[in-house]
Design a protein around this ligand. Structure first.
Ligand code: SAH
Ligand code: SF4
Ligand code: F3S
Length: 444
């Protein structure tokens, strides 16, 4: 049996594409090798969102080059967003790479491999077809990702995603529901709907089969066996009241929204072309909290965008405190080729200023999150059990509806939702003990 080794970089979309690569390669008769040295096919699923993503990948690609020199029969394949961004030059700059394919071409991997075995082909076309219906090999048996759209129609000035993932295209409702039904039959209890901008879902579908994101959420939640529904990421500009109402009214839809703000400064938001300002973002947060007071809100924030002043940055810090995020991913701005900001805005915030700002931001994010997570101490939370804790094998680990990891003592079956008495918290995790499950009245 031929053996492959796959390394994944990037976001959940890429991780999910990798699940499909695993599934596809398995169905083609490949088995997984524990390391690259033992593989006949060295495969990378790449990311190019920031310069640091490119650098990390380059380090790994160097090892593939060495192996290819030692064993020229090895096939080196590079998929994902970096591959797409380099489609003009990849075979010239990295002659040891045999196959390159973009994120929309996972479904062509089999064909590309077959061609590679027969003859060395120099270049391929990137046709960006939708590959949502391929088999996938999930990492966790009870949790699954479901792709609902590909691409992004936004024009955030810093972002390379639209150029590597293309225009937004929604997957028809039936395809999504079929997959969720199959997953539920296979033991999945929690699904996460995936897209670059999930809540613009459906606008491109034909009128006869159109569904809004809120409709889709409710329909997925109604699939028998599905107990939890999550999604990522929404764009604040597209969260309508019907989505908020679904959070309020449908028990399976988790009390958590990842709401990328990017900046707290209206001036910077405008230059980023986010299409909302600070006040509109805060008004949205209020509408969400009016409907679901205890909801968890998390976000993405960028520091050091071109022209960001101390005052702009202070607005980002105060946004974190005003909203009271349960968590946040924080990034240092990185100019990307081909983006509006990368091409036409001066990357003028000094590196040491960027470092100071990211450190200060992380501090405030942690303080805020610690304060937020502490509210769970003393409560009993429903926890979807994932397995043995990674940090302490005498304990179990799982997640609350608010998407916080809980390490707890007591015996529980992975895939079940159990009550856990929360006893302690940090800025990112909770700890507790399995609570006695209430006995129905009359039971001995
Ligand atoms: N589609 C998603 C995620 C996009 S990438 C969304 O819009 O939420 C994830 C995050 O990476 C973004 O939210 C942004 O915070 C960050 N990011 C994107 N481009 C970046 C860049 N050039 N420099 C630094 N961070 C960036
Ligand atoms: Fe990038 Fe903006 Fe699209 Fe997110 S919404 S993928 S940040 S362009
Ligand atoms: Fe990276 Fe592509 Fe995701 S650039 S963040 S893997 S969409």
């Amino acid at each position: 049996m031929p053996r492959y080794h796959l390394t994944t970089f990037g976001c959940q979309m890429n991780a999910h594409d990798s699940e499909r690569m695993h599934g596809l390669l398995g169905s083609l008769g490949y088995e997984e090798a524990p390391d690259r040295d033992g593989a006949d096919l060295i495969l990378f699923n790449t990311c190019t969102i920031r310069g640091s993503a490119d650098e990390r990948f380059m380090g790994n690609l160097g090892e593939a080059k060495r192996i290819k020199r030692e064993r020229p029969d090895v096939v080196v394949a590079v998929g994902g967003c970096w591959a797409q961004s380099q489609k003009e030059s990849v075979f010239r700059d990295f002659p040891f790479v045999d196959i390159a394919f973009g994120p929309g071409e996972v479904n062509r991997l089999g064909e590309l491999l077959a061609r590679e075995r027969i003859q060395a082909v120099g270049a391929f076309t990137f046709d960006g077809r939708f590959s949502g219906d391929l088999p996938s090999l999930r990492e966790r048996p009870h949790q699954a990702w479901v792709q609902i759209s590909v691409g992004c129609n936004c024009v955030c000035s810093y972002c390379i995603v639209p150029s590597v993932r293309g225009r937004e295209s929604s997957r028809p409702v039936e395809g999504v529901l079929d997959e969720v039904h199959r997953q539920a039959a296979d033991g999945v209890v929690e699904v996460t709907l995936l897209g670059q901008n999930v809540n613009s879902y459906g606008r491109d579908l034909p009128a006869s089969s159109r569904a809004s994101f809120a409709d889709l959420l409710a329909q997925v939640a109604a699939v028998p066996g599905i107990e939890r529904v999550r999604y990522t990421s929404p764009h604040p500009k597209d969260i309508r009241d019907d989505v908020i109402a679904v959070h309020r009214d449908v028990a399976e839809v988790c009390p958590h929204i990842h709401l990328p703000a990017q900046s707290g400064s209206t001036r910077v938001l405008k230059a980023m072309r986010r299409t909302y300002d600070r006040d509109r973002y805060l008004a949205l947060v209020d509408r969400i909290r009016d409907a679901v007071p205890d909801i968890a809100l998390t976000t993405d924030l960028i520091v050091g965008f071109p022209g960001e002043t101390d005052e702009d940055f202070a607005d980002t810090l105060s946004l974190v405190q005003t909203v009271g995020y349960d968590g946040a991913y924080t990034f240092v701005y990185s100019p990307r080729p081909g983006t509006e900001a990368g091409e036409s805005m001066d990357d003028d915030v000094a590196p040491e200023v960027k470092s100071e700002r990211i450190a200060a931001l992380i501090e405030v994010v942690q303080q805020t999150a610690r304060g937020r997570l502490a509210r769970h101490v003393g409560s009993v939370a429903p926890v979807l059990v994932e397995g043995v804790s990674r940090t302490d094998d005498s304990r179990m680990s799982g997640r609350t509806g608010h998407n916080v990891t809980v390490n707890f003592s007591g015996d529980a079956t992975p895939g079940s939702i159990v009550p856990v008495a929360i006893e302690a918290s940090t800025s990112t995790t909770l700890a507790g003990t399995l609570a006695a499950v209430a006995q129905p009245a009359g039971a001995a």
